[in-house]
Design a protein around this ligand. Structure first.
Ligand SMILES: Cc1ncc(COP(=O)(O)O)c(C=O)c1O
Length: 410
């Protein structure tokens, strides 16, 4: 029997971030001493009160199918959250609960794209956006951003990329992989450009909303930016925006698979049709846990944020001391994105040339046992994505090992 796969699958790549984490796990299980800077998830446990809410739901028999768009209680909690935190006033009927924020984006693209429709994706981008647009039958249009612009999309570059075929701009602030955060004025400038192109909308991926290291009181300096939701900055574009968010990152709930999208009613209905014919719904008792998470005062989060900030400060300083690496201070998420341009073209002790950032990642894994993801996977080369969602000792060990391994290149 021959096994044949669909044509569309030949045009997409497996997720490079998942591949890197899986490979690091495999090597560790084989007995190798691996320090992984590849994780896209907090190393903290889900807070107890959220676990307790899930146990309560299980005890109460909340173990059956949920409505495709999510249980009403969670859709109401999301609508409350969007109003309270993001100046976004939408009824629960304009909210769809999904299996993670990832599925919210996928469902939105499948529900809205037709052949020829373009999706503008600023690079560096989260690995899944272009491939999801392709899977949904659309065409990703990659727009490079510059390190000297803080990896932020400029209104000029956006204007140039827009066409009569543009259906979406995908914005991600704070960004995976760069940690860049768009301030209110930057969002407004992009919003003005989008407003002139009536067919284009914005998918605003706000999954790292809470992971922003702003200086309380505007003390100035590198962290003088705070999170602003796209709709809060551009309320006139409410009807053309799909807000995507979830509980994965801030609530340390990556494995629970609960995300959501909120936006225009017809699109949300379309996404729910798709959900009803695919996953059916997100897991019911996890949805009850998400209600507890979103309604909480987030008191648990301050120590988590403090730890992430300390790790970020350490990682930036330590990576800048590694020969051949240089990075700015990211203002959000839990990634650092150093340039490795000085190392590309050098040779290993065995005389093998480091051709690109992917080869450098392989060298770091084999020579130093440090797992990272190469920038090319995010559409920007030569860079490395280093996650600091791990213990400080691991960051110390990883940066010590990288210093030694990269110093051996000549
Ligand atoms: C930018 C971005 N969007 C969405 C997601 C997916 O989140 P979830 O785990 O809720 O599907 C991730 C996860 O890494 C991400 O980095």
């Amino acid at each position: 029997m021959t096994s044949s796969l669909s044509q569309v699958l030949s045009r997409v790549r497996p997720s490079a971030t998942i591949a890197a984490s899986t490979r690091a796990g495999e090597l560790r299980r084989e007995g190798h001493d691996i320090v992984s800077l590849s994780a896209g998830e907090p190393d903290f446990d889900t807070p107890d009160f959220i676990v307790a809410a899930a146990m309560k739901a299980l005890g109460e028999g909340k173990t059956r199918y949920a409505p495709a768009g999510g249980i009403p209680e969670l859709r109401e909690a999301i609508a409350r959250k969007l109003k309270r935190d993001n100046a976004t006033d939408l009824p629960p009927s304009c909210v769809a609960v999904t299996c993670g924020a990832k599925q919210a984006i996928y469902n939105a693209l499948v529900a809205s794209l037709n052949p020829g429709d373009e999706v503008i994706v600023p690079a560096p981008y989260w690995v899944s956006y272009p491939d999801m647009a392709t899977l949904a039958g659309g065409t990703p249009v990659i727009v490079e951003t510059k390190e000297e612009d803080g990896f932020l999309l400029t209104p000029e570059a956006l204007e140039e990329a827009l066409s009569a075929n543009t259906r979406w701009l995908v914005l991600n602030s704070p960004s995976n992989p760069t940690g860049a955060v768009y301030g209110k004025e930057a969002l407004q400038a992009l919003g003005e450009v989008i407003a002139r192109h009536k067919r284009a909308g914005v998918i605003s991926d706000e999954i790292y909303e809470h992971l922003v290291y702003s200086n309380a009181g505007g003390a100035g300096g590198a962290d003088d930016v705070s999170f602003v939701s796209f709709v809060e900055a551009c309320p006139q574009l409410l009807e053309r925006t799909l807000v995507v968010n979830g509980v994965s990152k801030a609530f340390a709930m990556t494995g629970w698979r609960i995300g959501y999208a909120a936006g225009e009613a017809t699109l949300i209905k379309g996404m729910n049709v798709l959900q009803s014919q695919s996953a059916s719904s997100a897991t019911t008792f996890c949805q009850w846990a998400a209600v507890a998470a979103l309604d909480s005062d987030m008191a648990f989060f301050a120590p988590m944020l403090k730890a992430f900030r300390e790790r970020r400060d350490f990682t930036v300083q330590a990576l800048n001391a590694v020969p051949g690496l240089s990075c700015a201070v990211p203002q959000g998420a839990f990634y650092v994105f150093p340039s490795c341009a000085e190392l590309v073209g050098l040779k290993t002790e065995q005389g093998k040339r480091i051709e690109d950032d992917q080869a450098l990642c392989l060298y770091a894994l084999e020579q130093a046992g440090v797992a990272m993801v190469h920038g090319a996977a995010f559409g920007a080369s030569p860079y490395l994505r280093c996650s600091y969602a791990c213990k400080m000792e691991q960051l110390e060990e990883a940066t010590t090992r990288l210093t030694k391994a990269f110093a051996m290149l000549s």
